[in-house]
Design a protein around this ligand. Structure first.
Ligand code: NI
Length: 254
């Protein structure tokens, strides 16, 4: 089976010791055919691009996460724009709103979310969206923008809203959370939307699926996410891996 990892953070310091070994050998050997490494600030976006340069099967997303909006300015946007010209930069992200941690004032978060959506419009790239306890504001801001392609990463909203995102043209990112015993809401989401609108992701090093919950996550755990989606959808894991791979290729690589 081949897996398309749509959301990973291999630049994270928790991979400092064995990053090379994982990316060079272990992950390809466990069937991971593609990885999108997601930037959270300018530095990690640059590192994502360097990793994409180094490994054929790695691609990069560039953007500033709502936690990391410390020194935002028009120069930051220009740096991201410059990075986005690289041929292996396939998305603007992760960008969005986080009202759980509220690291930055909400108005300020919304402002820089809108600026980065504009960058996606201007570059024609899809987006990777982070939204925590901010479902309605995230949805409204995206709906008012012209962006109609991307992943709603680690989706945590309602099934109703997921269907509205799909109608607008977006994909729903499903990761380890779907394997947790209390994942009722996300299971309903997976039931409600077509398999053609689902992307698989780990968000590693975070959010390891059962049975590895609590440990450092990596893309070899995608098989547990695929198994769970297969069970919910009444499909074989092979079919889920194949369709979600095609979904991600169509979204990011065409
Ligand atoms: Ni992430």
């Amino acid at each position: 089976m081949k897996y398309f990892e749509s959301h990973a953070h291999y630049d994270d310091r928790r991979f400092r010791e064995d990053r090379e070994e994982l990316l060079k050998e272990l992950l390809p050997a466990s069937g991971v055919s593609h990885i999108i490494n997601i930037g959270c600030d300018v530095k990690s976006s640059e590192m994502s691009v360097r990793m994409a340069d180094k490994y054929d099967y790695i691609y990069a997303a560039v953007g500033v996460h709502p936690h990391e909006l410390y020194d935002m300015s028009s120069q930051t946007i220009e740096k991201l724009r410059k990075l986005s010209e690289h041929k292996k930069v396939v998305a603007i992200g992760e960008i969005g709103l986080d009202y759980h941690y509220d690291t930055h004032p909400r108005e300020y978060q919304r402002f820089w979310f809108i600026q980065q959506l504009r960058l996606a419009e201007e570059t024609g790239l899809p987006v990777v969206i982070h939204s925590r306890e901010a479902s309605q504001d995230t949805f409204d801001i995206i709906e008012r923008s012209k962006v109609r392609r991307g992943s709603i990463h680690c989706y945590s909203g309602s099934a109703e809203m997921a269907k509205d995102y799909v109608k607008m043209g977006f994909h729903i990112g499903v990761g380890g959370v779907v394997t947790f015993p209390n994942a009722k809401k996300l299971v309903e989401v997976v039931e409600a939307i077509p398999i053609e609108s689902i992307l698989i992701e780990t968000d590693c090093p975070y959010l390891a699926p059962a049975p590895n919950r609590g440990k450092r996550n990596d893309s070899s755990n995608l098989k547990y996410v695929v198994e769970k989606i297969a069970e919910i959808k009444g499909l074989t894991p092979e079919k889920v891996a194949e369709i979600t791979k095609k979904n991600a290729e169509d979204l990011f690589l065409k």
